[in-house]
Design a protein around this ligand. Structure first.
Ligand code: PLP
Length: 379
């Protein structure tokens, strides 16, 4: 049996999403820009899909711009925001626990002469509003604060941060990376008050290679990719109709199942903690993330990479820190001030609406076997 407990890295593609992609490839394969019925049918389907995604996110269809992934959405939002505010100043605020898809574009801007303030996380893995208040300046052009951290499952105070930003840096644009928040915690872009918001398909049971950027209506951004003028001129390139159809199907399903899935993931998270307390009491929680699908843990004295490999050999899939970092030490755990032992032993378990209790049992069994069979680095 495979126990797949790495849903924050990617999720299995749902049957409905796979069927929607297949149908778009087999039947609806016309180019939405073509002016004959095959093209018009593809364009009509694209319109419907945009509406479905907008409904799941709680915004207008003309505020949804399809992208190839969450990374693209983050890069686009950051570049477009600083360009729009190029005459306002050169100060950016983000957090030390953002995904690399935000931190790297910020680092690039720093090399180009921008000043970047990285807000540190507090002990529970969130970011304090006092730290943001102290960092905001009239020449701040962009605040990028994620909604849910991918390694800790912490929910950041985006709504309050937007209010503070509007008051102290009225010209700044506000972006949130909601890749791990979408269909996991309730929110709409409007109710958060953000200007830009990123989501990604493969975290919500759509395939890889598709995502969306919410751009608040009336923001008036420059194009990100120039060409044939698709996505209302902002992101040219023939639309990935099959992936978009799958994204829409996954959104429809995710929205319908939201309450049930969240309750199920919360229950699994509590069950995991209960079983660990009974059978692997050395395993400690990292942070206090309240997102239902992510549980950050550490087994001090063990090497997480070894643990992940040993568990993998038993068919149990978890990740050591963020899978996107490919073995590099996690900047998130480092920023939280954990001891070296805690950092080295930290790993992430993440659930979906489909995860079964037996998969958690397989994890706990695997950890017991690993604990009894592995040499610890501290003894
Ligand atoms: N932002 C967060 C918080 C993520 O967790 C991820 C992926 O792990 C990304 C951005 C990047 O998304 P994608 O894999 O679609 O490029």
């Amino acid at each position: 049996m495979t126990a797949y407990l790495d849903n924050a890295a990617t999720t299995p593609v749902s049957e409905a999403a796979a069927q929607a992609a297949l149908e778009a490839m087999r039947e609806g394969w016309g180019n939405p820009s073509s002016r004959y019925p095959l093209g018009s049918r593809a364009a009509a389907r694209l319109r419907q899909d945009r509406e479905t995604v907008a409904r799941a996110l709680g915004c207008r269809a003309d505020e949804i711009f399809f992208t190839s992934c969450g990374t693209e959405g983050d890069n686009w939002a950051i570049q477009a925001a600083v360009h729009k505010n190029r005459r306002v100043g050169k100060h950016i605020i983000t957090t030390a626990i953002e995904h690399a898809a935000v931190l790297e574009p910020c680092r690039r801007l720093e090399q180009a002469g921008y000043e970047v303030t990285c807000l540190p996380p507090n002990r529970d893995g969130s970011v304090s509003l006092e730290a943001l208040e102290a960092a905001l300046r009239p020449d701040t052009v962009l605040v990028s604060m994620m909604l849910v951290n991918n390694e800790l499952g912490s929910v950041l105070p985006v709504r309050e941060a937007v209010r503070l930003t509007r008051r102290l840096a009225p010209k700044a644009l506000f972006h949130t990376d909601a890749v791990q928040g979408f269909l996991k915690i309730p929110f709409t872009p409007k109710e958060l008050g953000v200007d830009l918001l990123t989501v990604s398909g493969h975290k919500i049971h759509a395939p890889k290679g598709v995502g969306a950027l919410y751009i608040r209506s009336g923001l008036g951004l420059e194009p990100f990719i120039l060409g044939g003028g698709q996505e209302r001129g902002l992101r040219s390139g023939t639309e990935a109709t099959a992936q978009i159809a799958a994204l829409a199907a996954a959104c429809r399903e995710g929205k319908e199942r939201f309450d049930r899935d969240v309750a199920h993931m919360e229950e699994l998270k509590a069950y995991t903690l209960e079983q660990l307390a009974l059978r692997v009491p050395k395993a400690k929680r990292v942070g206090a993330g309240t997102a239902p699908h992510i549980l950050a843990l550490t087994l001090p004295g063990y090497k997480a990479e070894v643990l992940v490999r040993v568990l993998g050999d038993m068919g149990v899939c978890v990740s050591a820190g963020s899978a996107c970092h490919r073995g590099k030490p996690s900047h998130v755990y480092a920023a939280m001030g954990l001891s070296k032992g805690e950092r080295d032993g930290s790993f992430r378990v993440s659930f979906s609406g489909e995860t079964r209790r037996e998969e958690v049992d397989a994890l706990v069994d695997g950890l017991v076997r690993a604990r009894d069979g592995l040499f610890t680095t501290m003894s």
